[in-house]
Design a protein around this ligand. Structure first.
Ligand SMILES: [Zn+2]
Length: 293
């Protein structure tokens, strides 16, 4: 992402009003691919956005998010409790993602056996069920911290193209350090999944409410159980390399229902993270030798 796009976000600012009608739509944050944003509307309104119908709570709070490839203009319809409909057009900041092309690789097929495929499908179904939850607890409102210390080794949205074949984009943030490095809840929430999975290894979901959740993958130890409520900063797991991982790291994914989001956007950083940046004492230490902007 270019620096000037970050300035655009700042201009959108906190609490900007997108409508001059009687009931304004209040959007609390930047509208950018991979980000989530709380909305304030008339209490108990219904919101239609990206083929999803949401209900604002009795305080008028709702939350929406933008996918990696969200279009520049998206429509949002608010239906007030009295039936009046309001149409809004949201402008979404478009990002540039890291694309790596690697050619000339020997072709090699790894085909999992039937039992493994069955486990992968069952894992996927369990995760999909947890991603459908819409807990009416606004845990996300009390702020976020970095969940672990370590080096950034993978960023959101990046894509490898191997011998001309596009792999699925990387939909989270990788933070690498030693096995056993503590991992803390970035924000309060409810544990909606704590399970050993084939590909993602030991996996924990922390639901932050209103469809927003963190997923932690490749964990060594899971220190929480499904149904438990955790506080921001609580130790929940340790870093490992379980599942399909080449070394110990935390894959921190965030999602709004099944829409994958970029955790780094929470922290309103001056530039995108790159390999070589570090998380130390809940701060980013930017690797200035590699900075591109
Ligand atoms: Zn990852």
């Amino acid at each position: 992402m270019k620096l000037n796009q970050f300035k655009t976000w700042a201009a959108l600012g906190m609490g900007c009003l997108l409508s001059s009608s009687v009931w304004a739509l209040e959007v609390n944050g930047p509208l950018v691919q991979g980000a989530w944003v709380p909305l304030k509307v008339e209490p108990n309104s219904t919101i239609e956005f990206e083929n999803r119908r949401l209900t604002a709570d009795p305080q008028g709070l709702a939350l929406i998010a933008f996918s990696r490839d969200a279009k520049p203009k998206l429509n949002l319809t608010v239906t007030l409790p009295n039936g009046t409909k309001q149409q809004h057009e949201l402008s979404v900041v478009q990002r540039d993602y890291l694309i790596q092309r690697i050619d000339g690789l020997p072709s090699r097929h790894v085909t999992p056996d039937e039992a493994t495929l069955k486990k992968i499908r069952a894992d996927g179904e369990k995760a999909a069920q947890a991603r459908k939850l819409d807990l009416r607890m606004p845990y996300f409102q009390n702020g976020f911290d970095w969940p672990a210390e370590g080096w950034i080794t993978g960023v959101y949205g990046s894509q490898r193209i191997l011998n001309g074949h596009a792999r699925a984009p990387h939909m989270g943030l990788d933070i690498a350090s030693k096995t056993g490095t503590p991992i803390y809840a970035p924000a309060s929430g409810q544990i909606t999944l704590a399970e050993s999975m084939e590909l993602s290894g030991n996996t924990v979901f922390i639901d932050h409410g209103y469809g927003l959740r963190s997923s932690f993958m490749h964990l060594e130890d899971m220190l929480v159980k499904e149904g438990e409520v955790v506080e921001r900063g609580q130790l929940v797991a340790t870093m490992g390399a379980t599942g399909r991982a080449t070394g110990p790291h935390l894959h921190w994914g965030m999602s709004w229902f099944n829409v994958r989001l970029d955790p780094a956007l929470i922290f309103e950083l001056p530039r995108d993270l790159i390999r070589g940046d570090k998380i130390v004492s809940n701060q980013v230490v930017f690797d200035e030798t590699q900075a591109r902007n």
